[in-house]
Design a binder for this molecule. Structure first.
Ligand code: ZN
Length: 459
């Protein structure tokens, strides 16, 4: 990355233009996606409610090698987790070195044209703290018949900074059956080609949204002109050959919620602050839950606080990095803002939040699309205590008394002492009235079943 920093602006622009051309060329070589018909449904070991969603697992890093006639540009995630990052970086460098070798041997064969290597990663979040990284590189020169693909999939455990090993993902005692299922179904689809898989192919198999996905380099089984192939086998076909124990960590049991009792979610914005733990104490005394929508920029001084909030079973969720109005930002800026906030929360609690409350409750289609892209849902409120305005215990208590209904989401701010005092009165009163005080996640699952990324909820 140092050579990148030393580049002059004009050189950078020149290179950027070249990179864009490279990406455009790569983009026209489309993926063929073979979606295989499901066979007899088999009970799957993985909880399909928690399907992987595209999620940026960190900021991005890049690596460039420019030798005039050879140009490599690799973009990959920078999770700031040393083991995961060094593994990704090692694969990236390996792939790039192999591409560079291709280039050197093409020179030996008399090739004098330009060669390039473009590499990018797609990342997905499977469940809290578990993700998939797909590394996808393409080497191109002017004498080879077709570009050359470099694929690799990694399943990562962000909570423990480690790569998830194959035996944790698949039942390897039945490895042959698993590979045969993929081969057989691919053969059904392409009877004229023979696909023969072995353990090394797991390197390019990933647990993705629609099923187990195998990426095959162009030219391996089909003519290179067909491009790379991706074979997706639905989970119903794979059945319990997937163990994926880490993937079930988020499998939540909501059965403790009494369907005959009223529910309500108390939410606290703009923290964390010195009052946050006092609120948690009040809630805990009454066996009640709450959710905290925090500002990313505040988190670094309150790691211990948020860890305790999370340990108590309460939710720590995003409220943007610095309370900017998201409707005034571009989609990329919103994604970046939410991502930074999510990663800060993750570092404090070990959990990647699935919900955001946009500052001022303001949203538009761009905000919703950005949230959809990163797999999070928006949560506003339908009872506003205006605690920030009144800073008056009686009026906060009165507003809740007047507006509380079954299924409500109530807005407070955990940055005022008056709010803590009001909560001391409100919580026991709601409990007395027969309410179950839930987290936002519990309330939404209770009311809506599945929670949809990009959708706005306010009750
Ligand atoms: Zn706010």
């Amino acid at each position: 990355m140092d050579n990148r920093k030393s580049l002059g602006i004009s050189k950078l622009l020149h290179r950027l233009a070249r990179f864009i051309v490279g990406v455009a060329i790569t983009a026209v070589i489309c993926f063929i996606s073979i979606n295989l018909a499901p066979g007899d449904p088999v009970k799957s070991a993985i909880d399909l409610d928690i399907y992987p969603v595209p999620f940026e697992l960190g900021l991005s890093a890049s690596y460039i090698r420019d030798e005039g006639m050879y140009y490599a540009h690799c973009v990959y995630p920078d999770t700031e987790l040393p083991n995961i990052d060094s593994t990704i970086e090692a694969i990236v460098k390996d792939f790039e070195a192999a591409a560079y070798d291709e280039y050197l041997s093409s020179r030996q064969e008399g090739h004098t044209g330009k060669a390039s290597f473009a590499m990018q990663c797609k990342t997905y979040s499977i469940a809290n703290g578990f993700g998939v990284v797909l590394i996808d590189g393409t080497y191109t020169d002017s004498i080879s018949e077709s570009p050359k693909d470099y694929f690799r999939s990694l399943h990562v455990d962000l909570n423990n900074d480690r790569i998830i090993a194959l035996p944790e993902l698949y039942d390897l005692t039945r490895e042959k059956s698993l590979l045969e299922i993929i081969e057989r179904q691919a053969l059904n689809y392409y009877p004229h080609i023979e696909i023969s898989l072995n353990r090394r192919d797991f390197d390019s198999i990933a647990i993705l949204t629609d099923g187990l996905s195998l990426a095959i380099e162009r030219g391996k089984y089909l003519p290179a002109s067909e491009g790379p192939i991706s074979i997706t086998v639905p989970y119903q076909v794979i059945g319990d050959l997937i163990i994926a124990s880490p993937l079930t960590v988020e499998k939540r049991d909501y059965s403790y919620i009494d369907p005959n009792k009223k529910v309500i979610a108390l939410t606290f914005d703009d923290g964390p602050s010195d009052h946050t733990l006092r609120l948690v104490d009040v809630l805990r005394r009454h066996n009640a839950k709450g959710s905290f929508f925090v500002l990313g920029s505040q988190i670094k001084n309150y790691h211990e606080t948020l860890r305790k909030v999370d340990e108590a079973g309460y939710q720590v969720l995003g409220h943007s990095w610095s309370h900017r109005n998201l409707t005034q930002l571009s989609k990329d800026e919103i994604r970046q803002d939410s991502l930074l906030t999510s990663m800060a929360i993750y570092r404090a609690t070990g959990r990647v939040p699935r919900y955001i409350r946009p500052p001022y409750g303001s949203y538009n289609d761009t905000v919703r699309e950005a949230c959809h892209d990163i797999g999070i849902s928006l949560v506003n409120w339908n009872v506003d205590t205006e605690d920030w305005k009144s800073r008056n215990v009686d009026s906060i208590v009165a507003e809740v008394a007047r507006s509380a209904r079954d299924g409500c989401i109530v807005l407070f701010h955990d940055i005022y002492p008056t709010t803590v005092e009001a909560i001391e009165i409100i919580v026991p009163e709601l409990v007395r009235q027969g309410y179950q005080l839930l987290t936002v996640d519990e309330l939404l699952h209770h009311k809506h079943g599945e929670v949809v990324p990009g959708k706005l909820y306010f009750n």
